[in-house]
Design a protein around this ligand. Structure first.
Ligand code: ZN
Length: 362
């Protein structure tokens, strides 16, 4: 079995422990900016905070290929500070309230430091018959250990301050699996950098744009603006989808360790049959597992493929268990299978292939 390199593993830890809810992504965008600058690659951005590096081709008048992940994560913002110092929050992105009670949390202050606390929990013997078993996000109390509104404000907490799970990264099962928060979609940031490094000395017959959008979790907003900036001919969207295999049922779609997803349909896009077949062919060529997948959720592809007069768009996703929670579990073999397939595809791709794929479904 192959494992993640030390570098990939340390990127996973660093990126998972950074905090970047939709609209407050600068911890990730500044990380990407310095990684792109270190590689001396030109940088393109939109005005919302999305950031991409360009690997230019020597081919004259090349087509443009874009690999997009999203850098934002689900989380919360402070909505109110009570007179007794308790903090009230509202969700940013899809939150299951069952994941909240007793969780450790962090609030980013206006001084860009962190205040730590936990969501208040009720012991079972105090649960009355009228107590709702599942609280709503807006009903929970975040206790930061301070006893007045003034003290919380003094600490630098404001209405709108970012709140995230205080979740540490750990390696499981000798490196086969990892646990942490926000692998949806920080894995895509690791993937982007890994791909840029793997192709460092390869002259591709197209300009390759690699980077991350902002505000995916609240409606594919950065994908819309960034696609407008880049105007790609072909787009590949990376995202982390929910695994549905925890029961052990092998018939469920989305098996952890089952390899790259051939995502034929979701809420935001239906796949082009020619592209899906191409992706399958590339996974076979890379000799890695792959699995068909559909989802009631969506990805940035939903916005990308509808940009301008339409963009040929492929999703290239993997699954993880317990996404949108502090304890996401990802299988590193899925990451490596996805990486191999992606590199195989990029080395195969050209203007000629693009035109052939365009013709096939039309
Ligand atoms: Zn995602």
């Amino acid at each position: 079995m192959t494992y993640l390199t030390k570098r990939e593993l340390s990127w996973f830890k660093t990126l998972s422990e950074k905090n970047a809810i939709s609209g407050q992504e600068n911890e990730i965008s500044s990380f990407l900016k310095s990684e792109f600058e270190y590689r001396q690659l030109p940088i393109v951005t939109d005005r919302l905070g999305s950031i991409f590096a360009v690997k230019k081709s020597r081919t004259p008048d090349p087509i443009k290929v874009m690999i997009m992940g999203h850098m934002d994560e689900i989380g919360f913002v402070v909505s109110k500070i009570e007179s007794n110092g308790m903090v009230r929050i509202l969700p940013i992105g899809g939150i299951n309230p069952l994941t909240l009670t007793s969780q450790r949390m962090r609030i980013k202050t206006i001084q860009k430091t962190y205040v730590y606390g936990a969501i208040d929990a009720t012991p079972p013997h105090l649960l009355g018959s009228g107590t709702p078993a599942i609280p709503r996000v807006q009903d929970v109390y975040l206790d930061v250990g301070l006893s007045s509104k003034e003290a919380v404000e003094q600490a630098g907490v404001r209405i709108g301050s970012m709140v995230t799970f205080d979740a540490a990264f750990h390696v499981l099962n000798n490196g086969q699996r990892i646990i942490g928060k926000a692998f949806d979609n920080r894995y895509s940031i690791v993937m982007g950098l890994t791909v840029l490094d793997a192709l460092k000395n390869v002259d591709l017959p197209f300009d390759l744009y690699v980077g991350a959008s902002v505000q995916e979790e609240i409606g594919l907003r950065g994908a819309q603006t960034m696609t407008h900036v880049i105007q790609p001919d072909f787009a590949i969207v990376l995202d982390c989808s929910p695994a549905r295999d925890s029961s052990g049922n092998k018939d469920e779609l989305g098996q952890l360790g089952g390899g790259v997803l051939l995502r034929y349909m979701d809420r935001s896009m239906v796949a082009r049959p020619s592209l899906l077949a191409y992706q399958e062919k590339m996974a076979k060529k890379a000799k890695v597992p792959y699995q068909y997948f559909d989802s009631p959720g969506g990805t940035d592809a939903g916005a990308v493929h509808k940009s301008a007069d339409g963009v040929m768009t492929l999703t290239h996703c993997i699954v993880a268990r317990s996404i949108h929670s502090p304890s996401t579990i990802l299988d590193t073999q899925d990451f490596l299978s996805s990486k191999k397939t992606l590199l195989t595809l990029l080395k195969d791709f050209s203007a000629k292939r693009f035109e052939q794929l365009q013709r096939e479904d039309r």
